[in-house]
Structures are given as structure tokens and as C-alpha cells.
Design a protein around this ligand. Structure first.
Ligand SMILES: [Zn+2]
Ligand SMILES: [Zn+2]
Length: 238
């Protein structure tokens, strides 16, 4: 039950991100921009310092292939089959089909957010919690991304919010599928490590690497540092 409850919380964060867009909550959106940078640092730290060592110890060099596959799959679904997609708030007009294909692309990624939570908890409560935090942190920007690209493509606000809810539902389904699909139970963690690295390094980092100033880079480095703090904390409380 626990992984499912965490997936539900993550799903609600998708909806909250969507609400910030549909309610035009400027201050909320500014805070969520910080989550992009912080989440990127945190996700990369979880993937490199926690998930990869775990995977290579359990699955050996074969696990590396699944990590690569996870990375490539996100590129295929979000950037190859998709005419226009980037993380963060969509601020210019896009075609209606861009909004639809962004949703399809993001559904695969958010499904693997759920797979990551379930396979993390299958290894240990500690890993499950750390992966949940990593996923929670980018769920708000995810909700912003999908709702804003859909509105920019001419979709009505309520439907755009519904798309954010669909992303959350895909995460919940990812948790359930990991329990029932043997392939995911076996390789889900390695695949989702590749997905996590893609989202951190290739979705989130590009969103702020071109922006001037120290604010976002500082938050990014802080995100990586805070991972090690939470790991200490989680080790003590679990
Ligand atoms: Zn755009
Ligand atoms: Zn995600």
C-alpha cells in the first residue's frame, strides 16, 4: 500500500502544478521554476549516487543496458515523435497537435515515475523514499509543463488541468504495473534510472542553463547537496 500512497501524493503534485497554470498564479509559477533547478540536482544525485550502484550490484553490467534504454526511450517519446516539447511553462503559441503529442510523450515518462517509486520500495524503504522525493520535486514542473503547452495549443483550461491529472494517473498505474509485470519488477529500477537521468540532465537542466545569474545554478547545486542530507535523515528514521 505504501508505494501507492506515495504515488498518489506525487500525482496530486501534477495537478497542483497544472492549477498554478490555469489559475495564473504568477508567484506559484516562480517558486515552481526553482523546483526545476532543485529537482534536477536532486534527481541526478539520487540516480548516480544511489540507484546506479544498487543496480550494478544487483544486475551487473546487463543493468547498464537497461539504464541506457530508459534514457533513449524518453528521448524517443518526448523529442523524436513530438514536434515541440520542453520542460517549464510554455509561453509562446504552439499547434494543437504539439499539446497532444507532448501529453503522449510525458505519459511514458510519468509511467516510469511510478515504476521508480514501486521498484525503489521493493529494494528498501530508504530507496523508495529517496526516489519518491526525487519524483515529487519535478511533479509540480511537470504539471506546469503539460497544462501550459496545452493551453498554448488552444485547449480549454479545464481540459489542460485534466491532462495534468492524467500524468498523475500514469504514475499510479506505473506503481500497479510494477507489481504485476515481471519484466518491470526485474528491470524497472534500471529503466527508471535512465529515465531519471534523462529528466534531470536533458529535460530540467536545459531549462535553466541558458538563464543568466547565480540564483538557479545555486539552487541546482543545492539540490544535489540536499540529497545527501535527506539520505542521512532517511537512514536514521527508517
Ligand atoms: Zn515552447
Ligand atoms: Zn516525472
Amino acid at each position: 500500500m505504501t508505494p501507492l500512497a506515495f504515488a498518489l501524493v506525487a500525482a496530486l503534485a501534477n495537478v497542483a502544478g497544472g492549477l498554478a497554470v490555469t489559475q495564473s498564479a504568477r508567484r506559484g509559477l516562480k517558486v515552481i521554476e526553482g523546483f526545476v533547478a532543485f529537482g534536477a540536482g536532486y534527481m541526478l544525485a539520487v540516480a548516480f549516487a544511489e540507484v546506479l550502484p544498487e543496480e550494478f550490484a544487483a544486475g551487473g553490467s546487463q543493468a547498464a543496458i537497461f539504464v541506457l534504454l530508459g534514457y533513449l526511450l524518453v528521448h524517443l517519446s518526448q523529442h523524436t515523435l513530438t514536434p515541440h516539447f520542453h520542460f517549464g511553462e510554455e509561453t509562446h503559441r504552439v499547434s494543437h497537435s504539439a499539446g497532444v503529442s507532448a501529453l503522449i510523450g510525458l505519459l511514458l515518462h510519468t509511467f516510469f515515475d511510478g515504476v521508480a517509486i514501486a521498484s525503489g520500495f521493493a529494494v528498501s524503504t530508504e530507496l523508495g523514499l529517496l526516489l519518491f522525493i526525487a519524483i515529487f520535486l519535478h511533479k509540480l514542473p511537470e504539471g506546469v509543463t503539460i497544462s501550459s503547452i496545452q493551453i498554448a495549443g488552444g485547449t480549454a483550461p479545464m481540459r489542460a488541468l485534466g491532462s495534468a491529472a492524467l500524468l498523475g494517473a500514469a504514475t499510479v498505474i506505473g506503481v500497479l504495473a510494477t507489481d504485476y509485470v515481471g519484466f518491470l519488477a526485474e528491470h524497472g529500477l534500471a529503466l527508471s534510472a535512465g529515465v531519471t537521468i534523462y529528466v534531470g540532465a536533458s529535460n530540467l537542466v536545459p531549462e535553466f542553463q541558458g538563464k543568466p545569474g547565480w540564483r538557479l545554478p545555486t539552487v541546482f547545486f543545492l539540490g544535489s547537496g540536499v540529497f545527501f542530507l535527506t539520505r542521512e535523515l532517511v537512514d536514521r528514521i527508517v
